[in-house]
Design a binder for this molecule. Sequence first.
Ligand SMILES: [Zn+2]
Ligand SMILES: [Zn+2]
Length: 398
Amino acid sequence: MVPPAPAVRTRFVWSEALLGYDFGPTHPMNPIRLDLTFRLARDLGVLDAPGVEVVGAEPADDEVLVTAHDADYVAAVRRASTTGEPDLDRGLGTDDDPVFPGMHEASARIVDGSVRAADALCAGEIEHAVNIAGGMHHAMADRASGFCVYNDAVVAIRRALDRGAERVAYVDVDAHHGDGVEKAFWDDPRVLTISIHESGHTLFPGTGHPTDVGGPHARGTVVNVALPAHTSDVPWLRAVTTLVGPLLRAFRPDLVVSQHGCDAHGLDPLTNLAVSIDTQRAAAELVHDLAHEVAGGRWLALGGGGYAVAQVVPRVWTHLLAIAAHVPVPRDAPVPEPWREHAAAVFGFPLPERMGDGGAVAARPWAEGYDPADDVDRVVLATRRAVFPWHGLDELYD
Ligand SMILES: [Zn+2]
Ligand SMILES: [Zn+2]
């Protein structure tokens, strides 16, 4: 692949048209979270950082969408989008994925942002890209699921493979299992999918067990960490660092694609994890560092879940944008007053004063030993036992 020589280093995919992905006022995934994130990033100067470009997106064509979806599913989304009629066999019109006018175009626009970013990364035009409207990791080839209509991550990874990437690593830190991406590449040895999520025993979609390691041609390229409910900062970060680092170094991807759903936070109304802003920021830094270390810097970061739309999402994703722009925002930086006033006026409750919430940013290295009495250590060890041998790694010491 072409080495990057960018005057523009980092692309942010953004335009107000992306706010059109809107399931309605009572749905948890309120697009205001995207608006609040870009307002916060702008107020902190992140959008004006050197080497940053902000580009919009247009609805992706069908020939792009069918690289991840069945043609008759795409036709069904378009039909529902126009008629407003549900198509429950395809997951359209459920409580999770209500039909809304323009659903096809809004969903296809998210895909375009991610796939054009993949193009630019493969061409060496940019080094990093962030599409926080993306990360629609639950969408399946033939149906909508879990607030996701079209799977932009799958389309972007397929495009990178078509453009010459030999291996792509996908890292998903959303509280929910990244099932749609995993399924798309289940038996594809070119794509390593790692999902760190709350166990399917307590959370949608119910899948993502450590013994799910990929198909017969791709054993060990599917990695699942199924954390117990209430997992907090240090054990969560220990799970992320002790799995993602060794696996990415062993896999040596040409491109890192990551999904930064921020619904693992303790304030998130839909999940049962308790991971602070600071710790999620540390995970983004880890992925960024690894992209430079193992993939020549090529990194596509996506959004995902996140339903504490004022208290949590804007801060986590502003940190992500700032890290990708090489102007990281300190955790103790004040939240700019104009943003706080704006958000307080919209929501009617006070907003945080600092960019972090005092969480942990480091975890003990695995090689220093694990604790068999610790719930999370046992989960991490189960995953390491299931996949590390396929990569020539030692489950206890790497
Ligand atoms: Zn989620
Ligand atoms: Zn960088």
